[in-house]
Write a protein that binds this ligand. Structure first.
Ligand code: HEC
Length: 114
């Protein structure tokens, strides 16, 4: 009986350790703009293109033309969505939206050369 008790406690302790050790790593990973983009955005925006509305791509020229060439404007669009692009306010955290928006702006400034 004592041995079983000990084993149960040991398993609980190991689980607890596992969770506390793994969580921070994941959180950090998921705040990486490039990673968020590759999970949530690349389906419609491969290499900064737009497969649904070609002119609304993520190249700097298009962002300027469509007045989404600032971090605030991109954050706003991603948060609340626009036409055929859905809102991300319920899918991503504020920090994640900011990271992915920074990544988009950075990539646009580099002409999506990665
Ligand atoms: C289901 C397809 C789809 C997904 C997924 C998607 N978008 Fe879009 N995106 C669109 C469409 C369609 C537009 C054009 C909206 C409009 O009518 O102005 C757009 C427009 C944009 C624009 C403005 C481009 C411009 O030149 O006006 C940005 C910036 C953008 N998306 C970023 C993102 C980011 C960042 C993500 C991921 C978090 C994402 N999109 C996910 C379809 C998508």
């Amino acid at each position: 009986m004592k041995l079983i008790n000990f084993l149960v406690r040991l398993t609980m302790l190991l689980f607890f350790l596992l969770i506390t050790l793994i969580k921070p790593v994941q959180a950090e990973d998921i705040n990486d703009g490039a990673k968020i983009f590759s999970i949530h955005c690349v389906g419609c925006h491969p290499q900064g293109k737009n497969i649904i509305r070609r002119a609304k791509n993520l190249k700097l020229r298009a962002l300027k033309r469509n007045k989404v060439d600032s971090l605030d404007a991109i954050i706003n669009l991603v948060t609340y969505g626009k036409n055929n692009m859905s809102a991300y306010e319920d899918k991503l955290t504020k920090e994640q939206i900011e990271s992915v928006s920074k990544y988009v702006l950075q990539q646009a400034q580099n002409n999506w050369h990665t």
